[in-house]
Design a protein around this ligand. Structure first.
Ligand SMILES: [Zn+2]
Length: 321
């Protein structure tokens, strides 16, 4: 089963586009291999009081667009799905200018016990639009370690409410452990951040990226059967159940491929990538290796695979358990 990806033909940079009765979207001009056309910042509420979801990257043009879009409105809260550099950094500016509190699951989690000889690139705050340049080997967006929410929300909490709208937190770990989606109850829709995107699968890179948690979060969203999913990047997903089912099947197929590779004696991650991603550009193989590693961590926990030494990594040999 292939994933029925949806396209966004015209991002309309800098303009607040009314995308549903209660929701406007402003797309930031930060296109890249991780962000598609760019970050879609959502503004919920049609009367004076509104909420902003994922303010986006630090970008003068995006700040200007949000300033215009929010003129005449009171921002009740700034919701953040997770702390990648294309989602949360502009929250600091918006908080400063509006006085609204930031709301999220928590800051980005750092795992001090994780040892990996092929660490993802150092966190940095450089312009995210640089991702995807020729020779670029970034495997995911940089982490915004400066972000700590004013208010922490847990799964099921009301994250913000105003006249005619209620946003409830839906914890969706996997892409990151602190990833939070937000359900707009009045429209039976869900702001899915990077957990579910319409244009692409998401990056799951250990240690914070967790394949088991991601599977569980996919099933959680599937079972909600929302009418619409609003990803941060790209067009909305409307046939939500079959769409999420296709994502689950895609990962199950990949997991089966990784397990089959290990059982066939392919023990190193780069060799598994060459075997499993034959149709994928070699420039993306490092990112693919992180995904394979995420599957290997899960398969190890499932008792199906074992590895040399105490730690996981792309330079570690894996064997059938
Ligand atoms: Zn992300």
């Amino acid at each position: 089963m292939s994933i029925p990806f949806v396209r966004l033909d015209d991002p309309q940079y800098g303009v607040a586009v009314q995308v549903s009765p209660l929701v406007r979207r402003v797309v930031a001009d930060n296109p890249s291999k991780f962000t598609y056309h760019g970050t879609g910042t959502y503004i919920v509420g049609t009367r004076t009081d509104v909420v902003v979801i994922d303010p986006g990257p630090v970008s003068p043009s995006h700040q200007e667009a949000l300033t215009v879009a929010l003129r005449g409105h009171t921002v009740r809260a700034i919701l953040v799905t997770h702390c990648h550099s294309d989602h949360s950094p502009l929250a600091a500016w918006l908080r400063e200018t509006t006085g609204a509190p930031t709301v999220a699951h928590g800051p980005h989690r750092i795992d001090p016990d994780w040892v990996d000889d092929d660490e993802p690139d150092e966190p940095d705050t450089s312009d995210v639009s640089a991702a995807g340049e020729p020779g670029e080997v970034k495997v995911e967006e940089a982490v915004d370690l400066a972000f700590t929410p004013d208010e922490r929300v847990a799964d099921g909490d009301i994250a913000a409410e105003g006249p005619g709208w209620t946003l409830r937190a839906v914890h969706t770990p996997g892409h990151t452990s602190n990833h939070m989606a937000y359900a707009l109850e009045q429209e039976h829709s869900l702001f899915t951040g990077d957990h579910i995107m319409g244009w692409s699968t998401t990056v799951i890179t250990p240690p914070d990226g967790d394949m088991r948690a991601y599977f569980a979060s996919l099933r959680k969203v599937r079972d909600r059967a929302d009418d619409v999913l609003w990803p941060t990047h790209g067009a909305p997903v409307t046939r939500t159940v079959p769409f999420v089912d296709a994502f689950i099947q895609h990962r199950l197929d990949r997991e089966a491929g990784v397990l089959a590779a290990v059982r066939a004696g392919t023990d190193m991650v780069p060799d598994m990538v060459r075997r499993l991603y034959v149709d994928v550009d070699e420039k993306l193989h490092k990112a693919a290796g992180r995904s394979v590693l995420a599957h290997l961590v899960k398969l190890t926990d499932d008792g199906l695979v074992t590895h040399d030494g105490p730690h996981h990594g792309v330079k570690v040999a894996y064997r059938p358990a």
